[in-house]
Design a binder for this molecule. Structure first.
Ligand SMILES: NC(=O)c1ccc[n+]([C@@H]2O[C@H](COP(=O)([O-])OP(=O)(O)OC[C@H]3O[C@@H](n4cnc5c(N)ncnc54)[C@H](O)[C@@H]3O)[C@@H](O)[C@H]2O)c1
Length: 253
């Protein structure tokens, strides 16, 4: 993996499980990491963890990703303090809570699209001018295996993640002339705050038994997909989705 020294990376929702793993890995490669979250304590503790382990340099950013003007203001403060952001990982998210269509009211539907789709849109709008000015940028969005597959519940979550695929492909084309790539990872179920709330420990264990590896991935294994898109050698890879879902045993013939 390439050295990311001298770069500034913004990771949204980095107080959570996958985001904090991405933050640690990117900081360890030399970038200054801006650990964003709506939860100030969670963001601060990830920053402290990176600084204490001397695994790199990091600072917190706290705002609701659905508040476009707050995101722009926080990004502009961070750029003043640290320099242009050249790596953006859109990761903040919430669970669809296994809700059936009849149980998804308009507020829950809007919240789902606001956090996942508008949140990514606001973050990209806030950093893109800086990326264009320095002629480089890597944007990695987070979708889900659920954007590709059916599910008995959580259609608002699947729909929002599918919308991010469209956003990724369109912006990859728009920004290619500026040396900026836009890609997405689709993690499979990984133990985290979100999946524990949705499936519980028993549900996670049952899911593990269905997979060819007999286990769920670690956050670090999902982070490897992000790191692939950040590599210098991946400069021509854009508009792609890396599906990190493992096959289920029944799918193997
Ligand atoms: N864990 C999985 O199995 C899995 C699978 C597929 C996709 N994903 C996606 O990966 C991403 C990270 O999920 P995770 O599993 O680490 O969950 P997590 O709950 O551990 O982390 C999500 C983080 O996003 C933050 N967040 C939520 N709403 C926010 C808002 N409005 N503004 C700012 N921050 C906000 C939360 O505070 C939390 O720290 C999400 O986009 C999720 O949809 C996760």
């Amino acid at each position: 993996m390439s050295d990311l020294g001298g770069q500034i990376a913004l990771i949204t929702g980095a107080g959570g499980t996958l985001g904090s793993s991405h933050a640690r890995a990117i900081a360890a490669k030399g970038a200054h990491v801006i650990v964003h979250d709506i939860d100030e304590g969670a963001a601060q503790s990830v920053v402290e963890n990176i600084l204490e382990g001397a695994q790199g340099s990091a600072s917190p950013m706290v705002c609701d990703i659905t508040n476009g003007s707050a995101v722009k203001a926080e990004v502009s403060k961070a750029v003043n303090d640290h320099g242009e952001i050249t790596i953006l990982i859109n990761n903040a998210g919430i669970t669809g809570n296994n809700a059936l269509l009849k149980d998804i009211d308009e507020a829950f539907f809007d919240r789902m699209f606001d956090i996942h789709v508008k949140g990514a849109f606001f973050a990209i709008q806030s950093v893109i001018g800086g990326m264009k000015s320095v002629g480089r940028g890597r944007i990695v969005n987070t979708i889900s295996g659920r954007a590709h597959s059916g599910a008995v519940s959580g259609s608002h979550y699947n729909g929002a993640k599918g919308a991010i695929v469209g956003l990724t492909r369109a912006l990859a084309t728009e920004f290619a002339p500026f040396g900026i790539t836009v890609n997405a990872i689709a993690p499979g179920v990984t133990p985290s705050g979100m999946t524990r709330a949705r499936l519980g420990e028993d549900g996670l264990a049952a899911r593990a038994k269905q997979l060819v590896s007999d286990r769920l991935p670690t956050p670090e294994e999902i982070t490897s997909g992000v790191m692939f898109f950040l590599a210098e050698e991946a400069a021509i890879v854009t508009g792609r989705v890396l599906n990190m879902q493992q096959p289920r045993k029944a799918e193997v013939v």
